[in-house]
Design a protein around this ligand. Structure first.
Ligand code: SF4
Length: 308
């Protein structure tokens, strides 16, 4: 049986199905159009943001079937989002490292990285619902023209596109930090993509409760590609051991036109000591492969503390 876009009830569903097929590698012959239609209907009626901090659970269906996540229910308030913190510091990572910036950290994540350095936005999400007016006003209390929307996973928030548009209207240079598992047409100057390697999967945390779902969701090539094609971007990878570089190479082979000069490598580290231990071999591996070494200045300078 061959599935076509016409098999589906809307253009967004058919696009979602194309992505589903592209990513899950499920042989088309194994897909049954009725079943797929049912699953799409379930996805549409389910809370597309069941991964939200309120439930602190993964949506078992939606991100898998709709890799390019859409606001399916149309019922989520778009003018509020859960915010863990807004603070002024310097950018610690990536090509803008050192640039004074206002950080807007949303709460809630669809992944559960074992080494997550902001568990208060993922494993135990905290923060209050804030209106977009409030968020923009808080941002403007700080000096400078750079703002960074980070998380958690900021692209989960229904109001994220409007927030980015409003910040751009205020003339900020805007960076979005995302694991690139979800696409939304945000307005930004730099899409800072941080696809997760297998070292992030929490097999041994909470008895592996989140591991399989994390594993299923952590790499979403169509989404990464869409950002690469449409935005100024950087690709940041967190490495723990030398073998991680082979995995990065494999990821890059699945992406079209990913420029090695925009690939930044950071040590998995929550302390200055860990950073310093890993830096020497990471630097050597970067030199050998033409990748850029990224500092983690916030850890170097402040330790792994909130508000830095
Ligand atoms: S994607 Fe980021 S915020 Fe989410 S669990 Fe991983 S490190 Fe934490």
């Amino acid at each position: 049986m061959r599935l076509s876009r016409r098999s589906f009830c809307s253009s967004s569903c058919s696009a979602a199905l194309s992505d589903l097929i592209a990513q899950t590698c499920i042989p088309i012959t194994r897909l049954n159009s009725v079943k797929v239609r049912q699953r799409l209907q379930e996805a549409r009626s389910a809370d597309a943001y069941r991964d939200s901090p309120e439930s602190n659970t993964f949506c078992s269906l939606t991100p898998a079937i709709l890799p390019i996540t859409l606001n399916l229910t149309g019922s989520e308030p778009n003018d509020r989002m859960r915010i863990a913190e807004i603070f002024y510091s310097i950018q610690g990572e990536g090509i803008l490292a050192g640039v004074p910036s206002v950080f807007i950290r949303t709460s809630g994540c669809n992944l559960r990285c074992v080494w997550c350095d902001t568990p208060y936005t993922s494993w135990r999400p905290e923060g209050k619902e804030r209106s977009l007016d409030h968020i923009v006003a808080e941002t403007q209390k700080y000096p400078g023209g750079h703002a960074v929307v980070t998380g958690g996973e900021p692209l989960l928030a229904p109001g994220i596109v409007e927030l980015t548009e409003r910040l751009k209207q205020k003339s900020y240079h805007l960076t979005i930090e995302t694991a690139a598992t979800i696409f939304k047409p945000v307005a930004c100057d730099l899409a800072s993509l941080s696809p997760k390697l297998s070292n992030s999967t929490p097999w041994k945390k909470k008895k592996g409760l989140f591991a399989r779902k994390h594993e299923r969701q952590r790499l979403n090539f169509p989404v990464i590609q869409r950002f690469i094609d449409g935005y100024e971007y950087q690709l940041k990878f967190v490495v723990e051991e030398k073998l991680d570089f082979d995995e990065i190479e494999q990821v890059l082979t699945k992406l079209k036109d990913a420029n090695p000069e925009r690939v930044l490598i950071m040590a998995q580290a929550k302390s200055k000591k860990e950073l310093h231990e890993r830096a020497p071999w990471i630097v050597e591996a970067c030199k050998a492969r033409g990748f850029r070494y990224s500092p983690r200045l916030h850890i170097e300078l402040f330790g792994n503390k909130r508000g830095t």
